[in-house]
Design a binder for this molecule. Sequence first.
Ligand SMILES: Nc1ncnc2c1ncn2[C@@H]1O[C@H](COP(=O)(O)OP(=O)(O)OP(=O)(O)O)[C@@H](O)[C@H]1O
Ligand SMILES: O[C@H]1[C@H](O)[C@@H](O)[C@H](O)[C@@H](O)[C@H]1O
Length: 430
Amino acid sequence: GLPRSGVSGRRRSSSHVRRHHVSPRAKHRRGICKDALVASRNHPTTPRIYSPPVLAPAPCRRAPPLLPRPPLRLSDTARPTLAPPPNAVAVAATMPEPDDEGAGQQQQPKAGPALEGLVVGSYCHDVLLRGGRVVGETLGGAAAFVSNVLDAASPPEASFSVVSKVGPDFAYASAPAPARHPPLLCPARPTTSFHARFSDAAASAHAPDRQLRRVHACDPIYPEDLPDRRFAYGLAVGVAGEVLPETLERMIRLCRAVLVDAQALIRAFDAEGDGSGAAVRHVALEGTPYAGLLQRVAFLKASSEEAPYVGVETARRRCCVIVTEGRDGCRLYWDGGEARVAPFPAVQVDPTGAGDSYLAGFAAGLLWGLSATDAALLGNFFGAAAVSQVGVPTFHPKMLQVCALSRHQCSIFLFFRKAPGGRSIKWDAK
Ligand SMILES: Nc1ncnc2c1ncn2[C@@H]1O[C@H](COP(=O)(O)OP(=O)(O)OP(=O)(O)O)[C@@H](O)[C@H]1O
Ligand SMILES: O[C@H]1[C@H](O)[C@@H](O)[C@H](O)[C@@H](O)[C@H]1O
C-alpha cells in the first residue's frame, strides 16, 4: 500500500499495511468488511476520479477495527506535522519554527488531551434574503457548522475547544453548538452578522449563488484568546477577518496540524456606505500576511470561487490544497499530484455552511485515521448534508446512531453505505 496522510503523527508500519492486503475471500471468511478501505489505500499518484467506495456487507460483531486507534501523540519534544500529499503518511518531521532556538528559555504550553482540537472563528447571525425579502434568519459562522459536524462525527475520544466571539445581542446561545462550546462575550461589540442575498436565477455549479454583506463585525480573536496548551489539530475558520495573522501563527505553534479555510484569510470588506453593510470581496492570498504561514499549514481549503485568489499552483507547493466544487465534489492538490473526489447527490435548499461542514467532515475523517482522499469523501458527505437544510443542519438520529454505534473505525464506512454508487442521501433529502 502507498503511504497515507492523516492527522496522525507516525508512519504506519509496513506490517500494518500488509495486514490489510488479504484476499477478498479470506476477508469474507474472517468476516472483515473492509474491502472499500483496502481498495482506497491503493490510490495511484496520478489524478483520477475517486468515487465513493461500494461496500461489502455490514460489519459483523467480531470485525476488528479497520485501523489502529488514531495514532496521534502530542510529542513533547518533536512537533510532528502532516505531509500534505494525500497518499503520504504523516511524518514526524519537526518543522523549524522561528522561536525554536529560544525554546529552552520559554515556557512551553502544556499538552492537552491526546486528540483535542482547537476551532477558531466566530459564530454569527445569518440573514437570508431573496428578492429583497428576509426568508430566513439563522445561526451562522463557520465555527457553528464545524462544531456541529465535529460533535457528530469525530471519534468519541476527540474533544475540541472553540474560540469564538459574540456580542450581547447573540441570539443563539442555547443552540446546540454554542451551548456546547460557548463563545467569549464582547460587551461593547455586536455579534458578527451577514446578509446573504440569493439571486432567483439558478446558479451554475461554480458561480457565486449569493451576494454576501457583512453587516456587523465583532472583535477579532487575538493570540491571547487561545488556550495556552497544545492541541492535536486546529481549524482556522474565520468568516469576517477575525482570525488575525498572529492568531493563526499562534494556532500553528499550539497545534500539531492546522487546517485552514481560505475564507478566513482572503476576505476583504468594502467600506460601509448606505448602512447595508460591507460587501465581501476577495484579495490575493499572496499579498496578505498569511501567505508566509502557508508552509506551516497542513491543509488549505478553498471553494472554486476562492481558488483563483489562493493561487493553487503556488499554494500546493507549500501545503495540501483542497478545492471544493459544490455539487461536483472536490479536488485535492499537492506537490506532485492531485485527485478528484466524487460528490454525494443532494437536494440543495441552502448552500450556506457547505464548505464549513465539508472541512469539519474532512478533519473528522483524518482523526479516524483515514487517508486524505477518504477523508475528503467524508467531507463531501457533510457538505451535501449541509446544503440539504437551512442553517446549521440537524442530523438524522439514525446517522448519529451510526456514529455512536461503535467506537471503532468501521462506523465511518457505514456513512458511505447511505449513498453507494451515487444514490440519494435518504436522511436529509427534501
Ligand atoms: N449541491 C450540492 N450537492 C452535493 N454536494 C454539495 C452541493 N453543494 C456543496 N456540496 C458539498 O459541499 C462541499 C462544499 O461546497 P462548496 O464548494 O459550495 O463550498 P462553499 O462555496 O465554501 O460553501 P459555503 O460558502 O456556502 O459554505 C462540496 O465540495 C461538496 O462536497
Ligand atoms: O454562516 C456563514 C458560513 O459560515 C459561511 O461559510 C460564510 O461564508 C458566511 O460568511 C457565514 O455567514
